[in-house]
Design a protein around this ligand. Structure first.
Ligand code: FES
Length: 111
């Protein structure tokens, strides 16, 4: 079942920045990183790099992509696709939208 979680004001996450919603809050397998892309859009992906388990929220946002700071793999924030080596496996994506100035994350209970 889908659930919506208010993760705070969108203004708290400037372009190029992110916040982490802990899995204890989301009930998902992984923490979720909510990113503000340089294209002005918000995105939510599983926060753990599929290469060697580093926090993607520590990475560098470029356009609608994030680069893992550990070995430089790049992920598409829109699709979760791994765009560059050494990562080859995508990360999961989640729906996030801005309503009345707040960020609302949608998670599946069994995700
Ligand atoms: S842990 Fe992310 S690229 Fe290696």
């Amino acid at each position: 079942m889908a659930r919506e979680i208010n993760v705070g004001p969108a203004s708290a996450v400037p372009e190029g920045e992110s916040l982490v919603v802990p899995k204890e809050t989301t009930g998902t397998k992984d923490h979720i990183g909510v990113f503000h892309g340089e294209d002005g859009e918000f995105y939510a992906i599983d926060n753990t790099c599929s290469h060697q388990d580093y926090a993607l929220s520590e990475g560098f946002v470029e356009g609608a992509c994030v680069e893992c700071p550990l070995h430089g793999a790049s992920f598409d924030l829109r699709t979760g696709e791994a765009l560059t080596l050494p990562a080859t496996t995508p990360v999961g994506t989640h729906a996030v939208e801005v309503r009345d100035g707040d960020l609302w994350l949608t998670v599946q209970d069994d995700a």
